[in-house]
Unconditional design. Structure first.
Length: 214
């Protein structure tokens, strides 16, 4: 069996042995595939969305920060775990996604609990007047090291950081592109810093979970 075939067989097995995607997320998933065939791989999708939802539900955060909204799929998954008074702040630089994000959040019944900030996360994160129990970094890869530095003093003690695409298709093993180098730098930092307790989970394109202990 070819390596690629083995990987896709494992991915199929993983989906088959995880709870099914609910109808709201499935509709958003299918619509995104239709509307953005070339950008569709950016969507967390199933079962990674379920994984995000479970981490959030276990953590019951008061404040969540998401960097990189796209159509709001992961936003919905994360918002489902908020505590009763909790709020999620999500940052997206593409203003053209505004109506679609709002429509999707409304469909999932989480629109009242989510604040969408449109603009560059590099400029917006330092201005945020909150401490976060849960942060999901999933925007432009070259700024990953900056994002981690910027959120470090906005984490609550014991707060959880999730970073997506930390395997970058395996390129982190021999990083040559600016994106692979930036992700590798982030991985090295989170694994070696005594401020973070970190595990890189080889789900999909790699998702790192780091707990702020510093
Ligand atoms: C991988 S997608 C997010 C996917 C989404 N988190 C999910 O899992 O469904 C990355 C998003 O980050 C946005 N983005 C890229 N650079 C950004 C920046 N500097 N500030 C804010 N958003 C940015 C892109 O426009 C894109 O919509």
């Amino acid at each position: 069996m070819l390596w690629e075939e083995a990987i896709s067989s494992v991915a199929e097995y993983v989906i088959k042995h995880s709870s099914t995607e609910d109808s709201v997320l499935r509709e958003i998933n299918e619509e995104t595939a239709r509307l953005f065939p070339e950008a569709y791989s950016m969507l967390s999708g199933h079962p990674q969305g379920l994984f995000l939802e479970m981490i959030s539900t276990i953590k019951k955060p008061k404040y969540i920060l998401e960097v990189g909204t796209f159509v709001g799929y992961s936003t919905i998954c994360l918002a489902r775990g908020l505590n009763d008074k909790g709020r999620l702040i999500t940052i997206e630089k593409n203003k053209e996604l505004h109506d679609l994000i709002r429509k999707n959040l409304k469909k999932a019944g989480v629109e009242e609990r989510v604040l969408i900030l449109f603009g560059d996360a590099m400029e917006l994160i330092p201005e945020l007047p909150y401490s976060f129990d849960l942060v999901f970094i999933d925007a432009d890869k070259i700024h990953y090291p900056d994002y981690v530095q910027m959120i470090e003093n906005k984490m609550t003690k014991g707060g959880v950081l999730l970073v997506d695409n930390t395997l970058w298709g395996g390129e982190v093993l021999n990083p040559e592109t600016p994106e692979a180098k930036a992700i590798h730098k982030t991985n090295e930092y989170l694994a070696s810093s005594d401020k973070w307790k970190t595990v890189l989970v080889p789900m999909r394109d790699g998702i790192t979970i780091a707990q702020f202990v510093g």
